[in-house]
Design a protein around this ligand. Structure first.
Ligand code: ATP
Ligand code: MG
Ligand code: FE
Length: 346
């Protein structure tokens, strides 16, 4: 089954073709980051308009790269939520319009399910069951995954997401958006151990996270250095190092706990923050020590992309799922409640 996947939930227009027999056939991505840079964050209306401009040309690109025509598609999957509603509508209406014209099934998929399944695009995909750490711009969650669509929330951030904390710390350091890669780059020249930042909520049982206090601690440290007149380039790098260290260590502590609690030996780490090299290195070390395996998406499939949506859609459509007449989008959608109102299995 050949499925076209469309991702337009935020500021990336992602399109891909996934074949359930042959794997990923082609994928294309257009990032709006430069357009939103002047505003210090994503401007929803500009995002929607740009998706309108880029989506159809990108669909032609992936079809051309795979040597296929529209009539050779067996289904279309789009991100139905969570995300910016105007941006989601562009993907949803395009998918529904095309599917109607071609007479093929169409399915709205959950953006975080896309992130969660992205490691399955790799050569050695994780087997079920596993624990998934979803770390992105809007989510920090630990999920018990027993199979496709069988997701139980084990814990999540009670305030900021890890990626959001990276973005806010980048702002404090006057670094460009998105903050993850820029904070990480600065941290590379940081001094190990000059500062030690708190590991929030690790001193008590449970699998929830909190990153808001860590962000405030970072700001306070920067302000103290500034008032002392010691906030030079090295001090900024040392702060970035300590912040990244605290995030990585906190995530690793909770992952270890989640594996212990479930008795599972496989961990999947996905979402934009899973591109963080230090997190990947550290988690791989920690997990090897306890004979567990960690699975990551390829670096280009950590942040938003069409391939993960094509994959998630293809797996579900192969199992017989599809949208009925109505197009569906929702800005808020808990992963544990995957089936939208009015959902009917085909
Ligand atoms: P969500 O998936 O929760 O709806 P989103 O789609 O905006 O949110 P993603 O595209 O998955 O999020 O990831 C973007 C986030 O990942 C940003 O917050 C960004 O700073 C962060 N990020 C990207 N690369 C890195 C990195 N190397 N280190 C840390 N964080 C990173
Ligand atoms: Mg993005
Ligand atoms: Fe995302």
């Amino acid at each position: 089954m050949r499925v076209l996947g469309i991702e337009t939930s935020c500021d990336e227009t992602g399109v891909a073709l996934y074949d359930t027999d042959r794997g990923l056939l082609s994928d294309a991505l257009y990032s709006q980051v430069a357009m939103h840079a002047d505003f210090g964050g994503v401007v929803p209306e500009l995002a929607s308009r740009d998706h309108v401009r880029k989506l159809l040309p990108l669909i032609d690109t992936v079809l051309c790269e795979a040597g296929l025509t529209r009539s050779e598609l067996d289904g279309i999957a789009y991100t139905a939520g969570p995300g910016l509603v105007g941006a989601l509508m562009v993907g949803a209406s395009t998918a529904h319009g095309m599917a109607r014209a071609l007479g093929i099934p169409v399915l709205g998929v959950h953006h975080m399910e896309g992130h969660l399944l992205a490691p399955m695009l790799e050569e050695t995909p994780p087997e079920f069951p596993f624990v998934a750490l979803l770390v992105s711009g809007g989510h920090t969650q630990l999920i018990k995954v027993e199979g496709i669509g069988q997701y139980t929330l084990l814990g999540e951030s009670v305030d900021d997401a890890a990626g959001e904390a990276f973005d806010k710390v980048a702002k404090m350091l006057s670094l460009p958006y998105p903050g993850g890669p820029s904070v990480s780059k600065l941290a590379e020249s940081g001094t190990e151990g000059r500062f030690r930042f708190p590991r929030p909520m690790t001193d008590r049982p449970g699998l929830d996270f909190s990153f808001s206090g860590l962000k405030t601690h970072t700001l306070t440290t920067l302000k103290t250095l500034e008032s002392n007149g010691t906030l030079d380039e090295q001090a900024r790098a040392d702060v970035a190092w300590a912040f990244e260290d605290a995030v990585v260590d906190t995530l690793a502590i909770k992952c270890r706990r989640a594996l212990k609690e479930t008795g599972y030996t496989r961990l999947v780490v996905a979402g934009g923050v899973s591109a963080n090299r230090r997190l990947r290195r550290y988690l791989s070390d920690v997990m090897t020590k306890q004979s567990a395996h960690v699975f990551y998406p390829d670096l280009r499939f950590c942040t938003d992309n069409g391939a993960m949506i094509a994959l998630a859609g293809a797996l579900r459509m192969k199992a017989g799922e599809h949208d009925h007449a109505t197009m569906f989008t929702t800005p808020r959608w808990p992963l544990a409640e995957l089936h939208p109102p009015g959902f009917q299995k085909a």
